[in-house]
Design a protein around this ligand. Sequence first.
Ligand code: PMP
Length: 289
Amino acid sequence: MKIYLNGNLVEEEDAKVSVFDHGYLYGDGVFEGIRAYNGLVFRLDEHLDRLYSSAHTIMLSISLTKEEIKEALLETLRANDLKDAYIRLIVSRGQGDLGLDPRKCKSPTTVIIADKIALYPQEFYEKGLDIITVPTRRNITEAVNPQIKSLNYLNNIMAKIEAINCGYEEAIMLNNEGYVVECSGDNISILSDSKLYTPPDHLGALKGITQAAVAGLAKKMGIGIVQEVFSRHDIYNAQECFLTGTAAEIIPVVKVDGRAIGSGGPGEVTLQLIKDYRNLTKSEGISAY
Ligand code: PMP
């Protein structure tokens, strides 16, 4: 596998980063997870916009322009002869010393890994997921805003560990007031009164690119889109519930904290959205070839 590392495509064995890199020492950096479908990179501009916004907020200046990163990413896909891929784009603060001071890091480390996608089990999509709410709250926006897709995912990892400890695959995270925010690695939506509800941005979810694409598809189906706070009670009594994310795409949720959602199986609207999303990813994107 060829990896893009600071301007060069190198073999996997040679793709090495310093132990003094502040991405490693402190989680000081930002990243994106991106998908390519049959040579078309889905919503690449949106991913790059989010990467640059995250970097801007943490005052990390990416050494490449968006156009240059785009070209490097497409080149990495081509170098690995990949058409269907999961692409990880990482920009860390770079090599510094053992202190926190980012001024010691003279240039950021830029890495692009294009790999085959490790698909989630088909069963998740057909039968739907049974998930739980966990005690760890989503980081408050006044600390490190979760809209920054940073290399520090401990908040999410804690939630994931709590779900795994209880024998579940995914965790719903609440904010400090008990409103639903998102899952450990995916956004959450519910269908209620035949409208699609997603938590408002200020609650502290990552602004999902998949969720935005799915909202666009739902709108085309004539479904109203509402950004409004909702609680666990609202999920338990929703008609449908699903998760969205670049890797997961759309996964139906059929049970939450032991309560069956809607019919107890994947909802009709969710299944339609899964189909429409698959068609969208086939037909839209920036071509690598
Ligand atoms: N929330 C979190 C915490 C995530 O890490 C991700 C990405 N895996 C998402 C939501 C979904 O975002 P996107 O649709 O842009 O991949």
